[in-house]
Design a protein around this ligand. Structure first.
Ligand code: CMP
Length: 140
């Protein structure tokens, strides 16, 4: 077990619903990445296989015209929508400043939904409010 990684994960509010033992389980399944400013993590229309939690830094969410629809920072997450709906990515995500992100694959997310319903609720609530925001945005 990588103690350094475990300590990083313990401090992330996204994972704060989990007990110490559960942190150890989750650490086996998630990955930590560094992305430089300007890097595109994925594009609108891509298939989705991971969601991301921002440990440090920020990203821009862009629509099909390349306009910024949201800026997400520390402790926020993105990429959950394609994992939940199985639709392609509904926006492009580009790194705004050098950033560190955790990635979780679909299996890990399903595991979270099953084992940690409170976390599942937080993720689903955000999903629904983003969906609603995008619906209004596309109608305006
Ligand atoms: P996904 O569709 O997998 O890939 C693009 C991601 O951008 C999407 O999941 C959300 O995580 C994020 N996203 C889409 N619309 C918004 C929005 N209005 N506000 C914040 N994030 C969004």
């Amino acid at each position: 077990m990588n103690e350094v990684f475990l300590n990083i994960v313990r401090k992330i509010p996204f994972f704060s619903f989990l007990t110490n033992e559960e942190h150890e389980g989750i650490v086996e399944k998630i990955k930590l990445h560094f992305f430089p400013a300007g890097h595109t993590i994925f594009r609108i229309g891509d298939p989705g296989d991971n969601m991301y939690v921002i440990r440090e830094g920020s990203v821009e969410v862009l629509d099909e015209k390349g306009q910024i629809i949201a800026i997400l920072g520390e402790n926020e997450f993105f990429g959950e929508m394609a994992l939940i709906s199985s639709d392609p990515r509904n926006a492009t995500v580009r790194v705004r400043e050098n950033s560190e992100l955790f990635s979780l694959d679909r299996e890990c997310l399903l595991n979270i939904f099953q084992k940690y319903p409170l976390m599942g609720e937080v993720i689903c609530h955000t999903y629904l409010s983003r969906e609603e925001e995008n619906r209004k945005y596309s109608q305006s």
